[in-house]
Design a protein around this ligand. Structure first.
Ligand SMILES: [Mn+2]
Length: 290
């Protein structure tokens, strides 16, 4: 079988679509091992592994209006990438659609939030092993080590919660004593359970709409080794599924970043594809009850 280049079940054209897939094959700010630029293609390829019918909701992805924009153009600097992603996603939000962006390193995520209409408030659920709270990293304020900080500057400290973090520098923690970004560590998730911690995170986000940024490394490398900066003591795929299921009714947009497919046998790409489908199905089920 020849696997098509688009995301599975993305059969709608842009104008009629409700969900829009976009790939950002950019990984030039990767700090450890590279390869996330191959994430969008691999996630798309693995999306064809799954049935279009969803057991839990009864939703059939084949009935939904999903469009695949393809990849944003190849970029030079991180600033070029930021401009290009913003421009692409502004069009998606303006048309009232939900973008699902496939990275790319985590530097590709802040422009997805920055593109959201300025006159509307937005919460962010940031799922990541790392705090990504440096004001600048290796001379680049658009590095993937700064992504939560850039988003916070856009939405306000009260409107972002980091969940699953277990890696942070002293400087980030000290900066955050002053700034006050809310976070729940992976250790706290293990202690208190995913239900309680996701409940707390979503209660803290008081905006109607929530953007979800998923760095695949929030999941333990035992399940998701195909990533650039693996960190042990992570969440399980099921934990992340639970978080997505809970937040989906409020979903404004979603991204999956840092899938670097060459470090495993496709497991991480398949997981990412399945989680993208989960978010779509759950959002649809919450808003189109039959
Ligand atoms: Mn990370």
């Amino acid at each position: 079988m020849q696997i098509p280049g688009r995301f599975a079940d993305a059969n709608a054209d842009f104008d009629e679509s409700e969900y829009v897939i976009a790939g950002v094959p950019f990984d030039r700010t990767t700090s450890f091992r590279p390869g996330a630029r191959f994430g969008p293609g691999s996630i798309r390829q693995h999306s064809w592994n799954f049935e279009s019918y969803d057991l839990e909701t009864g939703v059939d992805l084949g009935d939904l209006r999903i469009h695949d924009l393809g990849d944003t153009e190849e970029f030079g600097s991180s600033q070029d990438m930021v401009e290009s992603v913003r421009q692409e996603l502004r069009r998606v939000y303006r048309a009232g659609k939900i973008p699902i962006t496939l990275g790319g390193d985590h530097a590709c995520a802040p422009p997805c939030v920055e593109a959201y209409p300025e006159d509307r408030s937005l919460g962010v659920l940031y799922l990541d092993a790392h705090m990504d709270f440096r004001s600048s990293y290796l001379g680049d304020p658009r590095s993937h080590g700064c992504s939560a900080r850039r988003m916070l500057e856009r939405v306000g400290a009260e409107n972002i919660v980091v969940l699953g973090v277990r890696s942070v520098s002293r400087e980030e923690i000290e900066d955050n004593r002053r700034i006050g970004m809310q976070y729940i560590s992976a250790h706290e998730v293990a202690r208190s359970g995913i239900q309680a911690t996701v409940g707390r995170a979503l209660a803290a986000l008081t905006t109607e709409k929530v953007y979800v940024s998923l760095d695949i490394d929030v999941i333990d490398p035992a399940y998701a080794a195909g990533t650039g900066t693996p960190e042990t003591f992570g969440l399980t795929p099921r934990d992340v599924k639970f978080a997505l299921d809970e937040v989906a009714p409020r979903l404004a947009g979603f991204d999956i970043m840092e899938v670097a497919p060459h470090y495993d046998q496709g497991n991480t790409s398949a997981l990412a594809a399945r989680l993208a489908r989960e978010a779509i199905v759950r959002h649809h089920a919450a808003h189109h009850r039959s």
